[in-house]
Design a protein around this ligand. Structure first.
Ligand code: ADP
Ligand code: 3PG
Ligand code: MG
Length: 404
C-alpha cells in the first residue's frame, strides 16, 4: 500500500537519540492542536501525552533550554480563543514541571537569556505569525535563532510545509525527529506495506478541502470508501440533493464528482449516508429530524448519519480486513449527534480487522465511545496519516537529517 522507497527514507531520519543534547538550546515542534470544548477544557490530551517522551528525554539529557512550539486551530491572525495558554496548565501537569509561557518570539528570547539552565518555554500559537503557513524564511530564521538543535515531534502537522515544520530546518545545523515521529512512521510501515484486503477507508470530519484531494490518490490503494460527516454533504450535494444549511463546500462539488467517477472506473465501492440526522440550530438543537439524505428539511443542517446508514456502514465494516478511519461521521461533540460516530467505533471494535484511527478529533471520538483499547493503532495524525497513505514523503521529514 505504501510507497516503500519513500517510507524507508522517512524511517532513516535521524532521531533525538542520535545527537548530543547536553547544554544545547532545543526547539521542539510539537502538535498541541488538541480538541477543546467552548470553555477551553481539553477533551483529549493524547497529542500532549504522546510528546512527553521526547520532552522528558531532552530534560534528562540536560538540555540548556527547551522551547515548545505548536499551532492551535486555524486562527486568522491573533485571537485569544486560539491561544496556547489554554493548554499550558495541562502541559505543566503532565510534565510535572513549571513551563514559562512566551507571548512571542522576542519574549522567548529574553526568557532564554534570563532564566537559568534547564527551563522549559511554551511559545504562543505559532500561527499568530503571518509567516507560519506561508513558510516565510524570515520567520523560520527567527525561530532558528532560538535554538542549537531542532526536533520535530509534530506528526499531526508533518504534512504541512510551514515555517516551524519545514523552513526552520535550513537555518539549524542539527535537525532530527522526536520519538513520536519515529513511532508513527514505523507503525505505518509495519501495518501498511502489505495490508490484508479488503481495505476500507472511512473518511469524515470537517476539513473537507484539505482531505478531499487526498481521496484521489488513495483510490489506488483501497477497495471501499465510506464517506460521512461534513465531507459527505459535499458528495450528496454533488449527486443533486439539496443539503439545505449543511456544511457544503460548493467549490469542491466538481472534484467530488470526479472522485466518484474515478472510483467507479477503478472498481472502488463508495458508500454515502442514505439517511441523516439534521437540526435547525446547531447550538440549541431545538428540532432534530431523521430523514433520507435526499430530504433534509428546509433550513436544517445534516449533523450525523442516520440509523439506516449506521446499519449499512456496519455491514461494510464487518467485511473488511484493514480499516483506516479519519474524521468523525457527525458533530460527535454534541451527544445527540454522536450516535453515528460512536456506533461506527463499536462496529470497528467488533471486527478482527487491523484498524488504524487517525486525527485529533477521531481519536477523541473513539475514546469517548470507550473503544480506545480496541483499536489496533491510533495515530495522532489525521491529514498527515492520509497523505502518508497516499505515498508521499511528508515535508516535515524531508528536511530532517538522515542517518548515514
Ligand atoms: P480529525 O481531527 O479527526 O482529522 P476533522 O478535524 O476533519 O477530524 O473533523 C472533526 C470535526 O468535524 C468535528 O469537530 C465535528 O464536529 C465536525 N463534523 C463532523 N460531521 C459534521 C457535519 N455533518 N457538520 C458539521 N461538522 C461536522
Ligand atoms: C491536525 O489537527 O490535523 C493537525 O494539527 C494539522 O492541523 P491543520 O490541518 O490545521 O494544518
Ligand atoms: Mg480536527
Amino acid at each position: 500500500m505504501l510507497e516503500v522507497a519513500g517510507i524507508e527514507r522517512m524511517q532513516q531520519t535521524k532521531s533525538v537519540r542520535d545527537i548530543d543534547i547536553k547544554d544545547k538550546r532545543v526547539l521542539i515542534r510539537v502538535d498541541f492542536n488538541v480538541p477543546m470544548d467552548h470553555e477551553f477544557n481539553i477533551s483529549d490530551d493524547t497529542r500532549i501525552r504522546e510528546a512527553l517522551p521526547t520532552i522528558n528525554y531532552c530534560i534528562d539529557r540536560e538540555a540548556k533550554s527547551i522551547i515548545l512550539v505548536s499551532h492551535l486551530g486555524r486562527p486568522k491572525g491573533k485571537d485569544s480563543d486560539f491561544s496556547l495558554k489554554h493548554v499550558l496548565k495541562r502541559v505543566e501537569r503532565l510534565l510535572g514541571k513549571t513551563v514559562v509561557f512566551a507571548d512571542d518570539i522576542d519574549s522567548a528570547k529574553s526568557i532564554q537569556a534570563t532564566l537559568k539552565s534547564g527551563h522549559i518555554i511554551l511559545l504562543e500559537n505559532i500561527r499568530f505569525n503571518a509567516g507560519e503557513e506561508k513558510n516565510d524564511p524570515l520567520l523560520a530564521q527567527e525561530l532558528a535563532q532560538l535554538c542549537d538543535v531542532y526536533v520535530n515531534d509534530a506528526f499531526g502537522t508533518s504534512h504541512r510545509a510551514h515555517a516551524s515544520t519545514h523552513g526552520i530546518a535550513q537555518f539549524v545545523s542539527q535537525k532530527v525527529a522526536g520519538f513520536l515521529l519515529k513511532k508513527e512512521i514505523d507503525s505505518f510501515a509495519k501495518a501498511f506495506t502489505n495490508p490484508l484486503k479488503p481495505v476500507l477507508l472511512i473518511v469524515g470530519g470537517s476539513k473537507v478541502s484539505s482531505k478531499l484531494a487526498l481521496l484521489n490518490n488513495i483510490l489506488d490503494l483501497v477497495d471501499k470508501i465510506i464517506i460521512g460527516g461534513a465531507m459527505s454533504n459535499t458528495f450528496l450535494q454533488a449527486q443533486g440533493y439539496d443539503m439545505q444549511k449543511s456544511l457544503v463546500e460548493e467549490n469542491l462539488i466538481n472534484e467530488a464528482h470526479h472522485i466518484l467517477e474515478k472510483a467507479k472506473q477503478k472498481g472502488v465501492k463508495v458508500y454515502l449516508p442514505v439517511d441523516v440526522v439534521s437540526t435547525n440550530d446547531l447550538k440549541t438543537h431545538q428540532e432534530i429530524k431523521i430523514t433520507p439524505a435526499q430530504d433534509v428539511p428546509q433550513d436544517f443542517m445534516a449533523v450525523d448519519i442516520g440509523p439506516a446508514s449506521t446499519k449499512l456502514f456496519n455491514q461494510v465494516i464487518r467485511d473488511s480486513q484493514t480499516i483506516v478511519w479519519n474524521g468523525p461521521l457527525g458533530v460527535y461533540e454534541i451527544s445527540q449527534f454522536s450516535r453515528g460516530t460512536f456506533n461506527v467505533a463499536h462496529s470497528i471494535s467488533d471486527t478482527y480487522a487491523f484498524s488504524l484511527i487517525g486525527g485529533g478529533d477521531t481519536a477523541d471520538a473513539v475514546e469517548r465511545a470507550g473503544e480506545r483499547d480496541n483499536m489496533s493503532f491510533i495515530s495522532t495524525g489525521g491529514g498527515a496519516s492520509l497523505e502518508l497513505l497516499e505515498g508521499k514523503v511528508l515535508p516535515a521529514f524531508e528536511v530532517l537529517d538522515q542517518r548515514e
